[in-house]
Design a binder for this molecule. Structure first.
Ligand code: ZN
Length: 292
C-alpha cells in the first residue's frame, strides 16, 4: 500500500486508538437481519463488526472538511462539486497520455510520479487514488470483549414520502443496531517524508501532519460513525492510547525496530500535534499573502 520511495527515507507513525460508542450504532450488512429488514455486519460468533474501511471513510470526510482552513486542496472525489481538478479517476484522459509517454521511456518514473502528484489534490495524495497508493491505514476494530452485552437490538423505522414529507401508511420497516457501550481498539498507521529534499514532498508532509492532528483533535471532542447518524445513531468517543514512531532514516531507531520491534514512544504527542497545526497555519497564511 505504501507509495514508491522519494529521495529520503520515510518516518512511520502508529497511533493506538480506542473508540467507544455512546449510543447504539450500525454498520449495515446490506442484507436482511435475522428478524429485521436491515441487518448489521456480524462476525462468525454473532458479534457486531467495525471494519477499518468504515472508520477510514469517516476519517477522510473529517480531513476533507478541515482541508480548506489548513490551506489544502480537496477534490471531495467530485470535481464538479469541489471545482478541484484531481486525477482520482482511472479514466482521466490526460493521465492516459502521460502514462503512454512514460512507457515510451520519457519522462521517466520519478518525473511521472511528480506530475501525478501535482495533478492530485492534497487529500487524495495522502489517502490514495486508483492511480496512486495511499500512505495511511486504519485497522479493523478489535472488540474490547467486556464491552459486549451479547445482544443486537431492533429498531423501527417508517418510510417517509419525499414529496409529502409524511410517513406513508403501512410502510414500516425495522433494522438491527449494535448496543451503546461497545468499545473497539484500532491502529492508525501512516508514513511521511519530513526529511525530503524535494520541497514539495516536505511541504506535503507538513500539510498531512496538520490535517491528521486537527482531525484527531476534532474526534477527541466526539464524532459519529456508521449508518443512520442523522437519526442519532453512532455517537462515539475517541481515546488516544499511544503514539509511536520510527524514523527509517535514523540508524539507531531502525536497529531497535528491526531487532526488537521497538517503536519510539511519543509522550508529548499533544504538544507535537498542536505544533504541526500551527506550523501549517503559518505556512498557509504566508503563502496566501504572497499570492494575494
Ligand atoms: Zn482528490
Amino acid at each position: 500500500m505504501w507509495g514508491p520511495h522519494y529521495e529520503s527515507l520515510p518516518v512511520r507513525w502508529r497511533v493506538e486508538l480506542e473508540i467507544e460508542f455512546l449510543t447504539a450504532w450500525r454498520v449495515g450488512s446490506g442484507e436482511e437481519g435475522e428478524t429485521t429488514d436491515l441487518g448489521i455486519l456480524l462476525d462468525p460468533d454473532g458479534r457486531p463488526v467495525l471494519p477499518g474501511s468504515s472508520i477510514k471513510g469517516v476519517f477522510r470526510s473529517c480531513c476533507e472538511r478541515l482541508a480548506g482552513s489548513l490551506g489544502m486542496s480537496a477534490c471531495l472525489l467530485d470535481r464538479g462539486l469541489s471545482g478541484v481538478d484531481c486525477w482520482n479517476g482511472f479514466a482521466h484522459e490526460e493521465f492516459r497520455s502521460h502514462r503512454e509517454s512514460v512507457s515510451k521511456g520519457k519522462p521517466g518514473a520519478v518525473e511521472f510520479r511528480r506530475r501525478l502528484e501535482r495533478k492530485t489534490c492534497h487529500v487524495c495524495r495522502f489517502f490514495g487514488t486508483t492511480m496512486m497508493g495511499g500512505r495511511v491505514a486504519l485497522s479493523d476494530g478489535r472488540l474490547v470483549a467486556e464491552s459486549w452485552a451479547e445482544v443486537v437490538e431492533r429498531r423501527d423505522g417508517v418510510v417517509i414520502d419525499r414529496d409529502e414529507g409524511t410517513a406513508r401508511d403501512g410502510l414500516k420497516y425495522d433494522y438491527d443496531v449494535a448496543p451503546a457501550g461497545m468499545t473497539f481498539a484500532s491502529s492508525l498507521e501512516w508514513i511521511d517524508y519530513p526529511n525530503a529534499k524535494d520541497p514539495e514532498t516536505a511541504a506535503q508532509t507538513r500539510r498531512e501532519r496538520a490535517m491528521l492532528a486537527a482531525a484527531l483533535f476534532q474526534w477527541l471532542d466526539g464524532f459519529a460513525l456508521g449508518g443512520f447518524t442523522s437519526r442519532g445513531l453512532g455517537r462515539a468517543e475517541l481515546r488516544v492510547k499511544s503514539v509511536e514512531t520510527v524514523d527509517l532514516g535514523n540508524a539507531e531507531q531502525v536497529r531497535e525496530f528491526l531487532v526488537r520491534r521497538q517503536w519510539e514512544k511519543v509522550e508529548d504527542w499533544e504538544e507535537r500535534w498542536q505544533d504541526w497545526i500551527e506550523t501549517q497555519f503559518d505556512a498557509a497564511l504566508a503563502g496566501a499573502s504572497t499570492t494575494a
